[in-house]
Design a protein around this ligand. Structure first.
Ligand code: ZN
Length: 901
C-alpha cells in the first residue's frame, strides 16, 4: 500500500466532510489543507473504464527504460491551444466559480512562465538542484476560435452554467465530472487542451488524464483514457494567481502540476515508497512532501541534497515548487515527438488560428480589356503559402499576383487559399474581377507597303463592330498626321517612319480599344540606273525616291553604274552613308544628319552645308568649302578644308582629332560659332604679316621664319577668373623660330574665352614645356575692340602662347636682367640686341665708336618683362670697325663690344 493512496483516502474523508458545508450555489471557499492531486485515482478509474470497454485491454503500466535520457530528442518549443470550460452556478462573472477572464489569463501566464523556466522564483531552487532546472519548451495559448471556427469573445474561455446543462449542484465528484460534465462540454480534444475549472469537493485541487503511451514511457499504461474525458480539471480556487483563490494554492502551480501529468509525468516519488518516476535526475524520495519543507530533506538515502521537493511534481505548496528537471522535460518532449494521440495533433490545431484572410482585386470597379488587375491576399502573420485559382484554370502561388492584359475571358471569381505555421488560419477568400466590354480590336491596314517620304498613304480600319463608334487617330512617333483625325480612314503624309494609333470608343462600351499601325518609308539607295549620275533623277535611286532632308540615303560600294554627281541645285539628305564615291561639283550638298561612310568624296566646287537641327557628325574627308549652319551641334574628325570653313550656326567640335586648314584655306568664325578643339594650319612665312587663315594669330616677323605651323586649341569656357589663362592657346612651331630680328605677335581672343579675366590686364604668356611652366612675356598693345593683344620684339616664336592676367599670372618664372648682342661680329645682316628684364620700361640703345662718339642712338618707349629682341635698323651700314654698345634701362646699364666686319 503506497503512502499516496492512504493519504488520498484520508483527504477524501476530509473532502466529504467539507462538501456537506456550503450549499450548492454558495461561494464560500473550502478550507485549504495539504496539496492533493487526483490524477492517480483518476487514472485508476479511467483504466478500469478502458478495461470494461476493451475486454482484451491490459491496464498494466509499462516498466519502461529507467533512463529517461535515452528518450532525449532535439527539443522543440511546442505551442498548444487551450480552452478553459468554466462550470459555474450562475454567478456573475468574477464571482464564485464563474472566475474572471483576468484569473484565467493569470493562470496561463503562470503556466507559460513555469514551462519556459521563466518563473521568477526559480532562484529559490537550492543550489545543488539549480543545474537541473529545465526549460520544458511548452507554451500555451488561449484559443482564438471555437470549434466552429468563430472567434471567441473571451479567448480560450467557455462559460457553462451547470444547471443549464442539467448538471447537479457543485461541488462535483471526479466520477461525475468524467461521466457527465466532460462528455457534455469537451471540445474536440484533437484541437484543444480541455481544462475544466469548477468546484471540486474537499481539498482536491485537480486531476489530469495521462497521454496514451505512444512514447513507451516507463510508469504509464498503453492508453491514457477515453477521448471525451481527456484534459485537466482544476478547482476554481486554485486556478491562476489573481481572483478567487485560496492560499497556499494561489500561484497557479496546480495547473503546472496537472499539465505535467497530461504531458506524461508522474509524481516525483513514483507513487510508491522510494518509487521510480523514471526520471534519473530526480532523486529517489520516500513519498510526497507537503507544505513547505526546509532544505535538505533526506529520505531513501538520497543525501546530502535529499528530495527534490521543490519540483512541480511534488506535493508542496505553490510558493515552494519552482522547477522541472531535464529528464522530466525529456518525457514531455517525447510524448510530443512520438505522435501521441490528442497531444501531437494539437500543434496543427485550427484553434491556434489568430488572423483573418482577405482577398481583394486592385480595381474596385470594372477593369478594361488590356489593363492589369492585381489580386491581393492578406493572411495572418506567419502565412507561408498562397494559392490563387481563377477562371480558365488560372492559378498562382504568389501572394499578390497580377492579371496582365485582361480579356473578357479572364473575368470571374478568384479564390485564394492559404496555409502556414501553427497559428495561421487555413482558409479561403475570394474576390471577383469584372471586365468591362470594349469594341473589338480594329484591324488596321495601310494602302501601300512602302513609300517615298512625303507621299500620301491611306490608313483604314476594319473589324468595326457597334454603332456610333468614335474614332480618334493619334501619332505615336514620326509625323504626317492630318488636322482631321476622327474618321475611320486617314490620309497621312509621313516624311519618316511613323506609327499611328486608332482608338475606338462608343455607346455601350465601358472601355476603349486601340491598335497601332506603323508606316515604313523606303530609304533611298543609289542605283545609278539611268547611267547619267544625276542625283536628282528619281530613276537613279533604287526605291524611286530622291532623298529629302527627312530621309537617310545610301550610296553603296561596288556599283558598275555611275556614281552620283551634284553639279547644281541643293541636294538634301538626312544621314548620307557614302560607301561609293560622290562628286560635288557645284550647288550644295545639304546635310540634315550625318555624313558617314568611307567612299571617295570629291568636292571640286559647291558647298557642303550642315543644316540639321540636332546633332550631326561629319566624316573625315577633304572638304573644299564647308558651311556649318543649322542649329544642332556638329562633330568633325580629322578633316581637311581646302578653301573655306564658314561657321554660321553652332559650335563645330573636333573631338580628339585635329581639323586642318590647307595653306589656302580661310576660317571664318563668330563669337557663337567657332571650332571647339584643335585646328591647325601651316604657312610659309616671309617678312610679311600672316594671319594663318583666320586662326586668330598674326605673326609679323622681321626676318622670315619659313614654314610655321600653328595649332590652335580652344577649350570650353571655364569662367574661373584670375590665375587662369583664357580658354585658347596657340602652339607655334617654326623652322627658324629665333629670328635675328624680333617678331611682332598678335593674339586674338573671343569674349567667351576670357574666363572672367579683365581685358585691360591681359598679357602674353609663353611656355616651352607644353604648359608646365609659363613665362610672362608682357604686352605692347591691347585692343579691346578688335580683341587683340600684341607683343613686339619677340625673341623666340617657338612654344605655347596664351593670354592671362599680368597681376595674377598662372606661373611666372624668375627673370633677371641681361643683355647680349648678335651676331658678333656682325655684317650685312645687321645687328640685334637681346634684352632680358624683370620690369617693363623704356630702353635706350647707343653705339659708340672707339673715339667715344655716339654714332647710333635708338630709344624705345618700353620693353616688356622677359626677353625681347630689338633690331638696330641700319646698323649693317656702319663701317667695319669696333664699337661699344651701351644699353640702358632705368638704373641698369650694360656695355658690350661689337665688331662690324
Ligand atoms: Zn499529481
Amino acid at each position: 500500500m503506497s503512502k499516496i493512496y492512504s493519504l488520498l483516502a484520508a483527504l477524501g474523508l476530509a473532502g466529504l466532510t467539507l462538501a456537506a458545508g456550503p450549499a450548492a450555489g454558495q461561494t464560500a471557499l473550502p478550507t485549504p489543507g495539504p496539496r492533493t492531486c487526483g490524477t492517480p485515482a483518476a487514472d485508476s478509474r479511467q483504466q478500469a473504464r478502458l478495461k470494461r470497454r476493451l475486454p482484451s485491454y491490459s491496464p498494466a503500466k509499462l516498466a519502461g527504460p529507467a533512463s529517461a535520457g535515452a528518450l532525449r530528442t532535439a527539443a522543440t518549443t511546442y505551442t498548444l491551444p487551450v480552452v478553459v470550460h468554466i462550470i459555474h452556478n450562475g454567478e456573475a462573472v468574477g464571482a464564485g466559480a464563474n472566475i474572471s477572464q483576468a484569473q484565467v489569463q493569470s493562470q496561463i501566464d503562470a503556466l507559460n512562465e513555469d514551462y519556459r523556466n521563466l518563473n521568477a522564483d526559480g532562484t529559490k531552487v537550492p543550489s545543488p538542484f539549480q543545474p537541473l532546472r529545465a526549460d520544458a519548451q511548452f507554451q500555451f495559448v488561449l484559443a482564438a476560435r471555437d470549434p466552429s471556427g468563430q472567434p471567441l469573445a473571451e479567448p480560450g474561455i467557455e462559460r457553462v452554467r451547470g444547471a443549464a446543462k442539467g448538471f447537479s449542484g457543485a461541488p462535483y465528484a471526479d466520477y461525475y465530472i468524467d461521466d457527465v460534465i466532460k462528455p457534455a462540454t469537451s471540445w474536440n480534444p484533437n484541437q484543444y487542451v480541455n481544462i475544466w475549472v469548477l468546484a471540486l469537493p474537499g481539498n482536491e485541487l485537480g486531476y489530469a488524464q495521462f497521454p496514451d503511451n505512444t512514447a513507451r514511457l516507463g510508469g504509464l499504461s498503453t492508453l491514457g483514457g477515453d477521448a471525451n474525458t481527456d484534459g485537466v480539471v482544476v478547482t476554481y480556487t486554485a486556478f491562476g494567481r489573481v481572483g478567487t483563490l485560496s492560499a497556499p494554492y494561489n500561484q497557479g502551480r496546480t495547473l503546472t502540476h496537472e499539465m505535467g501529468h497530461f504531458l506524461g509525468l508522474i509524481h516525483i516519488w513514483g507513487d510508491a515508497d522510494c518509487g521510480n518516476d523514471y526520471c534519473p535526475d530526480t532523486p529517489t524520495q520516500e513519498t510526497g512532501n507537503l507544505y513547505c519543507p526546509s532544505f535538505p530533506h533526506v529520505s531513501c538515502s538520497n543525501g546530502p541534497s535529499g528530495d527534490m521537493f521543490m519540483n512541480y511534481m511534488d506535493y508542496v505548496d505553490d510558493a515552494c515548487m519552482q522547477m522541472f528537471s531535464g529528464n522530466q522535460k525529456d518525457r514531455m518532449q517525447a510524448v510530443m515527438a512520438a505522435g501521441t494521440p490528442r497531444r501531437t495533433i494539437l500543434l496543427n490545431s485550427p484553434a491556434l488560428c489568430n488572423g483573418t484572410l482577405t482577398a481583394t482585386a486592385t480595381s474596385s470597379g470594372a477593369a478594361c480589356p488590356g489593363s492589369s488587375v492585381q489580386l491581393t491576399a492578406t493572411g495572418a502573420a506567419g502565412t507561408t503559402a498562397y494559392l490563387w485559382r481563377g477562371p480558365n484554370g488560372y492559378f498562382s502561388t504568389q501572394q499578390n499576383p497580377t492579371l496582365a492584359n485582361l480579356t473578357a475571358a479572364m473575368a470571374g471569381t478568384y479564390t485564394v487559399t492559404v496555409s502556414g505555421a501553427a497559428g495561421v488560419c487555413p482558409g479561403a477568400a475570394s474576390t471577383t474581377v469584372v471586365v468591362s466590354p470594349a469594341p473589338p480590336r480594329p484591324a488596321l491596314v495601310v494602302s501601300a507597303p512602302a513609300q517615298c517620304p512625303g507621299a500620301a498613304l491611306t490608313l483604314s480600319a476594319t473589324n468595326l463592330v457597334g454603332s456610333s463608334l468614335t474614332y480618334t487617330w493619334t501619332l505615336v512617333s514620326g509625323d504626317g498626321l492630318p488636322a482631321t483625325t476622327n474618321a475611320p480612314t486617314l490620309v497621312v503624309t509621313p516624311t519618316q517612319n511613323s506609327v499611328y494609333r486608332l482608338t475606338l470608343s462608343g455607346a455601350g462600351f465601358g472601355c476603349a480599344t486601340s491598335d497601332t499601325i506603323g508606316v515604313r518609308l523606303v530609304a533611298p539607295v543609289w542605283s545609278g540606273a539611268t547611267g547619267n549620275g544625276n542625283w536628282f533623277d528619281a530613276a537613279n535611286w533604287r526605291s524611286g525616291c530622291v532623298p529629302t532632308r527627312a530621309t537617310n540615303a545610301v550610296i553603296p560600294a561596288g556599283l558598275a553604274t555611275p556614281y552620283p554627281v551634284i553639279g547644281a541645285g541643293t541636294a538634301e539628305v538626312r544621314t548620307l552613308t557614302q560607301q561609293g564615291s560622290l562628286l560635288l561639283a557645284g550647288g550644295e550638298l545639304a546635310l540634315y544628319g550625318d555624313h558617314a561612310g568611307t567612299g571617295a568624296f570629291v568636292q571640286t566646287g559647291g558647298t557642303v552645308a550642315t543644316r540639321g537641327a540636332s546633332a550631326q557628325s561629319l566624316r573625315p574627308a577633304t572638304y573644299r568649302t564647308l558651311l556649318v549652319a543649322g542649329t544642332g551641334t556638329k562633330i568633325i574628325g580629322s578633316a581637311t578644308i581646302t578653301q573655306a570653313l564658314t561657321l554660321a550656326g553652332p559650335v563645330l567640335a573636333t573631338g580628339a582629332a585635329t581639323l586642318t586648314l590647307a595653306a589656302t584655306a580661310q576660317l571664318s568664325e563668330t563669337e557663337t560659332s567657332y571650332v571647339l578643339g584643335q585646328v591647325q594650319t601651316t604657312r610659309t612665312l616671309a617678312t610679311a604679316a600672316d594671319s594663318f587663315g583666320g586662326l586668330g594669330l598674326t605673326i609679323a616677323p622681321a626676318s622670315a621664319p619659313g614654314a610655321t605651323t600653328v595649332v590652335r586649341t580652344t577649350g570650353q569656357p571655364q569662367g574661373v577668373g584670375a590665375a587662369s589663362s583664357i580658354s585658347r592657346y596657340f602652339d607655334i612651331k617654326a623652322v627658324a623660330s629665333r629670328g635675328l630680328l624680333g617678331a611682332t605677335l598678335t593674339q586674338q581672343y573671343q569674349a567667351h574665352e576670357l574666363n572672367s579675366l579683365p581685358e585691360s590686364q591681359l598679357v602674353m604668356f609663353r611656355s616651352v614645356d607644353a604648359g608646365a611652366t609659363w613665362t610672362n612675356e608682357g604686352a605692347t598693345q591691347r585692343d579691346a575692340t578688335a580683341k587683340t593683344v600684341t607683343r613686339a620684339f619677340v625673341t623666340d616664336l617657338q612654344g605655347r602662347w596664351t593670354l592671362a592676367s599680368a597681376t595674377a599670372p598662372p606661373t611666372l618664372a624668375a627673370v633677371t636682367y641681361g643683355i647680349s648682342a648678335f651676331p658678333v661680329p656682325f655684317g650685312a645682316e645687321g645687328l640685334s640686341v637681346q634684352v632680358s628684364t624683370p620690369v617693363a620700361g623704356p630702353l635706350s640703345i647707343k653705339l659708340y665708336d672707339m673715339l667715344g662718339r655716339v654714332i647710333y642712338d635708338r630709344a624705345l618707349a618700353t620693353v616688356e618683362v622677359g626677353t625681347s629682341t630689338v633690331a638696330l635698323p641700319g646698323a649693317e651700314r656702319l663701317a667695319p670697325a669696333k664699337y661699344v654698345l651701351v644699353v640702358q634701362q632705368g638704373d641698369q646699364t650694360a656695355r658690350l663690344n661689337v665688331v662690324r666686319q
